[in-house]
Design a protein around this ligand. Structure first.
Ligand SMILES: *Cc1c(COP(=O)(O)O)cnc(C)c1O
Length: 350
């Protein structure tokens, strides 16, 4: 896609928006006398507004992710990036988005809040990517295509070549949510944002990095798209404490924890089929397993009464009878398997 066709996808009011600017954008030194923002001069650790451009954090992430800082957007969770994409590209009440189903619930919620219709396209057999049907569902008012790989709740990652073909053939913005990519052998397509201006990759520190409580989501995209998202966001969307704490945690490698989770995923997946009530354990590239059982509601209630909280996905399309189980610490996975054992032996909570 050419830059000019990309610009044509943007809402008129956003293309011509004059964003909020701060006086501090004009002063680069750290030790000035700051009398511009009506802050308190008395130090609390947080008396100054945080960097609205998150420069230091983006430089750090740029090294880790192998992309220029200009191709990185930081949000209050991926959820902020999802909402901003609707606000940048979709004219409320007129434009639409296409999404795979089942997938992450926030795409439909953010769409509804922005008064944008979502056309859900069911995944194919064994949760395969329905590329043809996704393209067929698009019309001249389709601005966004939401894909998620590894997908929540099915757990599978789609073949990178199929995802890339969709990016090439879809005439709008392809949003590829890679919240679970750190757990997948198929890796990430984020380097492709330098090649395809209509590709937006979402990642988050909420899963493999263990920072769900700090709220930091990332979007990787063409610099033009990043500039648009940065113009529309609240100026100080990432608070000072988050910027500082994330910076510290990023200095620590996550490889060992991810490897343990992946090993535990294999262990739990191998143990589950031995239970008579387990019908199917779907292959997973993420930090959870989707498991089809005889009576999902009964098993869910049993686990809950045992103090084990899983996600009942049995009313989600294509997931009849399914629970989604996050991989925990080895000791937590032990407790899960012991509780399943009690359930099988009839020592059950109802
Ligand atoms: C958990 C999850 C996220 C994370 O969202 P944050 O707002 O960054 O915490 C994003 N996408 C998917 C598919 C998820 O499952």
């Amino acid at each position: 896609m050419e830059r000019s066709s990309l610009e044509a996808l943007v809402r008129d009011n956003i293309r011509t928006l004059c964003p909020y600017s701060t006086a501090r954008d004009e002063y680069q030194g750290p030790l000035g006398v700051f009398l511009d923002a009506n802050e308190s001069p008395y130090p609390t650790g947080y008396n100054r507004y945080p960097d609205p451009h998150q420069k230091a954090l983006k430089e750090q992430l740029s090294v880790i992710k192998g992309l220029p800082a200009e191709n990185i957007f930081l949000g209050n969770g991926s959820d902020e990036a999802i909402d901003l994409l609707f606000r940048v590209f979709c004219e409320p009440g007129r434009d639409n988005a296409v999404a795979i189903s089942p997938s992450y619930g926030m795409y439909a919620v953010a769409a509804a809040i922005n008064d944008v219709a979502v056309r859900s396209v069911p995944l194919g057999e064994d949760f395969s990517l329905p590329s043809r049907a996704l393209l067929d569902a698009c019309d001249a008012r389709t601005k966004l295509l939401f894909l998620c790989s590894p997908n929540n709740p099915s757990g599978n990652a789609f073949p990178p070549a199929e995802l890339e073909a969709l990016v090439r053939n879809f005439p709008g913005i392809v949003v590829l949510d890679e919240a679970y990519a750190d757990f997948s052998a198929k890796g990430s397509l984020r380097a492709k944002v330098l090649e395809y201006p209509n590709l937006v990759i979402l990642q988050t520190l909420s899963k493999a990095y263990g920072l769900a409580g700090l709220r930091l989501g990332m979007a990787f995209a063409d610099e033009y798209v990043i500039r648009l998202m940065s113009m529309v966001k609240y100026p100080y969307n990432i608070n000072q404490a988050t910027q500082e704490l994330v910076s510290k945690v990023l200095a620590e490698p996550i490889g060992q924890k991810v490897a343990e989770t992946v090993a535990q995923r294999a262990r739990v997946a191998a143990a589950l089929p031995a239970f008579r009530f387990v019908r199917r354990v779907y292959p997973s590239d993420a930090n959870f397993l989707l498991v089809q059982v005889d009576d999902a509601d009964a098993l869910y209630a049993h686990l809950l009464a045992d103090g084990i909280i899983v996600r009942n996905r049995s009313r989600v399309p294509l997931c009849a009878g399914c629970l989604r189980i996050t991989i925990g610490l080895p000791s937590e996975n032990d407790k899960l398997l012991q509780s399943l054992d009690r359930y099988e032996k009839g020592d059950i909570h109802r």
